[in-house]
Design a protein around this ligand. Sequence first.
Ligand code: FE2
Ligand code: FE2
Length: 251
Amino acid sequence: MDRLIAYDRLAREDRFVRMRARDVGELKIAQGLPPFPGLATHEQMRDRVHGILVGELQAMEGAGRTVFDFPDAPWEFTMDIARQVWDESRHVEIYLGLLDHLGGYVGEYPETTILWRCACAEDAAARVAGVNRGLEGLACDVFNQLVHIARKLGDPILERSVDFVLADEITHVRMGSRWLNELTRGDADRRRKAIEFQDSIDERFNLAGSRQDGEHELVAISIAKDARRLAGFTDEEIERLVKSTQRSQVY
Ligand SMILES: [Fe+2]
Ligand SMILES: [Fe+2]
């Protein structure tokens, strides 16, 4: 497959600052900050919302790339993913507004392209497993927690905006489950590889123990069991994810 867009060539206005994820993490640690922003302070909240904003931007670009990369996929697949591009573009607008609402601005924090790179799997089934189920499952965790914290802070703008985005992400996960099943029907090997790719993404985004099954206020990312059930994850899958996060903490 031609890689027409290298990860470091995504179109951006000058105000965006791109850095390698590893460099950002190391610099934060050197400054005595956690590598992944929590939600305890206003500053951390802006950092987190900025990270989500660039994640939405890359989700839009990733879905666009999926429409382009698989011209032979079923028409309904292409339509679903094209609708997702539209959804993600609205999410970008919503998070631009929320960043402004929190007193932040684009470029206040660096952008890493780790999500985009995960969105470049060669196989369409692996892509919907990794992106729609892995990364957008993570989005369900992050957004559900943010809704909860915003409610506690008494910030209805943040609470409702993120809740509306969460509703979309739930449909994206469901879509991922549907197409994972349909694209791999009768091909156990393709299905196994796609699920392994999703597992590798889940493992990576446990972020060395940052994601846990715990209280919203106490953990960096809390696993949204109810939202994940709504999104079509089975109890068994949710249990497996919880177990894998416990394993990550040991590393
Ligand atoms: Fe999104
Ligand atoms: Fe999404």
